[in-house]
Design a protein around this ligand. Structure first.
Ligand SMILES: O=C(O)CCC(=O)C(=O)O
Ligand SMILES: [Fe+2]
Length: 233
């Protein structure tokens, strides 16, 4: 691994992708744990108003917060964490591990920034791991706007509309994406049940509620109070 080059690429583009990073058998095992969990927990955690307005349809699960440390072969992987060290200059901590489920026929996730971009030092680092193949048939591609972590606030607009310069990725099983939380991203409509996972990290000094407010093209939303704190138009 050329950590210097990885760091450079991340800070230039706002993300860096590693294909076949984790072995298939581990991914199969983790996919099954997720499916078993979500089969039993199909209810939406979010309010209908939020889903309608944000155009985000995801059920999150935070296993470690329930005392279920099932994903340590990712969480504690040496190379995974060394890449994080390189990107965040050795000064970071885990934020949380979040599994995400979107059911077949759901809308995906509209363009967003995971946290407000006004202070460039206050951000989360997404460490996305894909436990199954995302294809044309499954839907649910991730779309990223390169360099948008340096672009300030996501422009007002139609939540799911294409933005010129966007790049569409269909990660295969075992792929890892390190993605800056200020970099605009979205998930395309989901045709078959979709699972993704995020081992979120933050630079030291970033508060643990950093991702409480999410920026969409039509609003800022505060999850803890389930409130639209700003309408954008
Ligand atoms: O599921 C994905 O591919 C992306 C999810 C996402 O936007 C996030 O975890 O911040
Ligand atoms: Fe996100």
């Amino acid at each position: 691994m050329d950590y210097k080059k990885i760091k450079q690429e991340f800070w230039e583009k706002g993300y860096v992708i590693f294909e076949a990073f984790f072995p298939e058998d581990l991914m199969d095992q983790y996919q099954q744990i997720n499916l078993d969990h979500f089969r039993l927990n199909k209810g939406w955690e979010h309010t209908n108003d939020y889903i309608t307005k944000s155009q985000n349809e995801v059920i999150p699960w935070f296993p470690y917060q329930e005392g279920k440390p099932y994903f340590d072969d990712i969480d504690k992987d040496d190379t995974f964490n060394k890449i994080t060290d390189a990107i965040l200059d050795n000064k970071w901590e885990n934020l949380y591990c979040m599994m995400m489920f979107s059911k077949a026929g759901s809308i995906g996730q509209a363009w967003h920034q995971d946290c407000p971009p006004e202070n460039s030092k206050m951000y989360n680092l997404n460490r996305l791991v894909y436990t199954h193949d995302i294809t044309e048939d499954t839907g649910g591609a991730i779309v990223i706007m390169p360099e948008a972590h340096k672009a300030g606030v996501l422009p007002v607009g139609v939540p799911h509309e294409d933005i010129e310069g966007q790049v569409v990725y269909r990660p295969q099983k075992g792929t890892v994406i390190f993605l800056h939380g200020h970099c605009f991203h979205r998930v395309m409509p989901v045709k078959e049940d979709r699972v993704s996972s995020n081992f979120r990290a933050v630079p030291l000094g970033v508060p643990e509620d950093i991702t409480d407010i999410c920026v969409y093209r039509n609003m800022r939303y505060k999850f803890s109070t389930e409130e639209i704190i700003e309408e954008r138009f």
